[in-house]
Design a protein around this ligand. Structure first.
Ligand code: GLU
Length: 316
């Protein structure tokens, strides 16, 4: 009797859990972002807040190792959405670059591009070029990040490889901390600017942001189609006295193929109909637009996103 009762109770509790997680007719979305001192994370929190307020969609925002790790998390069904770089998304979908060995990754599709992610090479004063990094201790980003891809390609443009530096694979927070302590000569950050870890660093240390030379810039554009030239204007950070000419890629929202068409449609529509509210919550919201959102995407759109963009005439 006792056993039957507790079994009954368990069934009732499970039913209650299923009902709550489907509350309001929508699935809770788990969103993979990046380091807490990067931009994905704070943008993800802002997005989650606005989506909850405006369309009643719940978001659980998780800090992760960023792009490459995020694609894997979506593919494995650990999260239902993620922010990733559009270049890394392409490599994963097509099984190229470092995905050549492990093969193409499936189970995810694109929702929209969000804002520019700037490749920022933070270096000790006195270092003036990527070429100067030879023999230096340099963090090229977390092992699961997109930053590492960009660092490798930039060194390649300079005829260098990771073998030419004392390579450290640190996330943004650790990179900035070690730089503060003088244990690093430079570190790479690919993220929406200003990026928290660099803004924080500017309160204590002097640094320069390296520019990419003209020849190397051309090499990058010729060989890796996702790069666009980007001027990081002086004053983006307190200690930054000169413009830096660098490259940028795009932060892109992706969804698991298993996430329903309705949910993704509602979120896509929710984002582009509430740009002002997102902008008021996070500075990068200023770059959001449906026109830009469909640009820079080389993998199939999720049916929910496609439905919205077709409806408003941004996709045919
Ligand atoms: N784009 C970065 C990466 O995948 C992460 C950026 C961020 O956390 O804002 O390495």
């Amino acid at each position: 009797m006792k056993k039957t009762l507790s079994m009954l109770l368990a069934v009732v509790m499970m039913a209650a859990m299923v009902l709550t997680s489907c509350g309001g007719g929508s699935e809770k979305i788990f969103l993979a972002t990046g380091s807490e001192t990067g931009t994905y994370y704070s943008f993800g929190i802002a997005l989650g807040q606005v989506m909850k307020d405006k369309i009643g969609q719940e978001f659980g925002v998780q800090s992760t190792g960023a792009s490459k790790a995020n694609i894997q998390l979506v593919a494995d069904g650990d999260v239902s959405m993620a922010i990733v770089q559009n270049d890394v998304m392409d490599y994963a979908f097509n099984g190229t670059n470092t995905f050549a060995e492990e093969g193409a990754i499936s189970g995810f599709s694109a929702v929209a591009t969000l804002y520019a992610e700037v490749i920022q090479i933070v270096a000790k004063p006195g270092i003036t070029s990527v070429a100067d990094l030879k023999g230096k201790t340099v963090s090229v980003g977390d092992a699961g990040s997109g930053t590492e891809f960009n660092a490798a390609q930039i060194f390649e443009a300079y005829g260098m490889t990771f073998d030419d530096i004392n390579k450290q694979s640190l996330g943004f927070t650790d990179s900035a901390d070690k730089f503060k302590d003088g244990q690093l000569d430079a570190f790479f950050v690919t993220a929406g600017a200003p990026t928290t870890c660099i803004t924080d660093l500017a309160t204590s240390n002097d640094f320069v942001i390296l520019s990419i030379g003209e020849t190397e810039m051309q090499y990058l554009k010729d060989n890796y189609g996702y790069y666009t030239e980007y001027t990081l204007t002086a004053g983006t950070y307190d200690k930054q006295t000169e413009d830096a000419t660098t490259v940028a890629v795009k932060a892109t929202l992706i969804a698991a193929d298993t996430l329903s068409e309705d949910t993704v449609y509602n979120v896509t529509k929710g984002i582009f109909e509430n740009v002002e509210a997102i902008k008021a919550t996070h500075a990068k919201g200023a770059e959001l637009s449906a026109d830009n959102g469909v640009q820079g995407i080389s993998v199939p759109f999720h049916p929910g996103a496609e439905k919205y963009f077709k409806e408003i005439g941004k996709l045919s």
